[in-house]
Design a protein around this ligand. Structure first.
Ligand code: ASP
Ligand code: MG
Length: 406
């Protein structure tokens, strides 16, 4: 049972979560718990680092930001003991959960669930501090923002759990963000593959790497609400499973969006071999992730326009790098905009239905929304639009693909 930041946001909520654990134990289940930091705690800790220096050392950043989870793990163990249960907190290093040395965004290398599993089988509840691990240098690392989901799935795999329940502030995975699309429906099932696309394209309900991990080890994952009465063993939420036939019936399973995008256009780049490498290699060296890329045809003019997107936070840095590379890249003009959103349709059905993209373009056109960039892959179709039309586009597309509920 994993509880996210809002589910452990204050002491009453920690008690509420502990009561859910106790109720599962009452039903005869053996439970391990993974907790996030209290809502807002991680942001507060990051701000503390920033207020010392904006150029903080990531090793010390990890030492600081990992503490939020340490607190909730201890408080949760205390709250569980109030129910007469035996419980103990575990820090990542105590398992240990070993990571690589990529501070601030470390990847899990291995996790030893043996000691915890033994004690769980003896009836003790293990409460793991999410988000954190330890590396070969014996230093504390964190798994990247939202990484407690990944801790939870990793622990579930390591202790050979039957299922990993992720308790959060929404009832499950929706066909679109329910705060924007009021007719969004909660799905009872979604395939790992589609969830992976939805998560990486912007649906914030799960850390992308937790879905990857679940898929690789076939660990059933359920997303459900902490604030509803049902318990995980009632399976009221959304279950991530292997894809199945019924999923092929819908053209589109869900719609995601990502407003954290910025667009850069290099105009009139001389079209010759090596030019794309000259643009993107320096960005890669600077650790800037590039997402959508389009290059116009150069047959008529001999020069091409290259448009691509980066994260909003990287926009300024990316522009600086490209300006300093102007001598090599030889573009006539660099334009950028941070006011863009990427809207993505996701669904296995796209592989067998034609016309998915056409419906998308018609729908957006009928609302007067201009498409700036288009990108497709096997199970997603994405467009970049003006950020101010995000809500209108999401609602219109949700209706157009027959996803609306009551
Ligand atoms: N507390 C960490 C964060 O806010 C990890 C998590 O909650 O998943 O990013
Ligand atoms: Mg989260």
């Amino acid at each position: 049972m994993k509880f996210g930041g809002t589910s452990v946001g204050d002491v009453d909520r920690i008690k509420n979560a502990a009561a859910k654990v106790a109720a599962e134990v009452q039903r005869g289940h053996k439970v391990a718990v993974v907790v996030s930091a209290m809502a807002g705690a991680t942001d507060g800790l990051i701000n503390l680092c920033r207020s010392v220096t904006p150029h903080y050392d990531l090793r010390e950043y990890d030492a600081v930001v990992s503490t939020g989870e340490q607190i909730t793990a201890g408080l949760m163990a205390l709250a569980l003991r109030q129910h007469g249960l035996t419980a103990r907190s575990w820090q990542g290093w105590q398992l240990p959960l070993k990571t690589d040395g990529n501070y601030g965004n470390a990847r899990i290398m291995s996790i030893d669930g043996d000691k915890a599993r033994e004690r769980i089988l003896d009836g003790e509840i293990a409460v793991l501090a999410g988000f954190q691990g330890i590396n070969d240098d014996n230093r504390i690392t964190t798994l990247g923002r939202g990484g407690s989901d990944t801790s939870a799935v990793a622990l579930a795999i390591a202790i050979k759990a039957d299922r990993c329940d992720i308790y959060t502030d929404v009832a499950g995975v929706y066909t679109a963000d329910p705060r924007i699309v009021t007719k969004a429906r909660k799905m009872s099932r979604v395939s790992y593959e589609e969830m992976l696309e939805l998560a990486s394209l912007g649906a914030k309900v799960l850390h992308t790497r937790s879905v990857e991990l679940g898929m690789r080890y076939r660990m059933p994952i359920q997303v459900l609400s902490t604030f509803a009465n049902a318990l995980g063993s009632d399976t009221p939420g959304t279950i991530l499973t292997d894809g199945d036939e019924t999923m092929e019936q819908n053209m589109v399973t869900g719609i995601a969006y990502n407003s954290n995008q910025a667009k850069i256009t290099l105009a009139k780049v001389v079209d010759k071999p090596g030019i794309a490498a000259a643009v993107f290699a320096p960005l890669a060296r600077a650790g800037i992730n590039v997402d959508m890329i389009v290059q116009t045809d150069s047959t008529e003019t001999g020069s091409t326009d290259i448009t691509f997107t980066v994260g909003k936070n990287d926009l300024e840095r990316a522009c600086k790098i490209l300006e300093s590379e102007r001598g090599t890249i030889q573009y006539s003009n660099l334009q950028s905009s941070a006011d863009v959103t990427k809207i993505s349709l996701v669904g296995f059905g796209m592989r067998s239905h034609s016309g998915v993209a056409a419906t998308m373009f018609e729908t957006l056109a009928s609302k007067g929304i201009n498409i700036q960039v288009i990108e497709t892959s096997e199970i997603n179709t994405s467009v970049l639009i003006d950020e101010e039309y995000t809500e209108l586009a999401l609602r219109a597309l949700h209706t157009a693909y027959g996803l609306d509920g009551q």
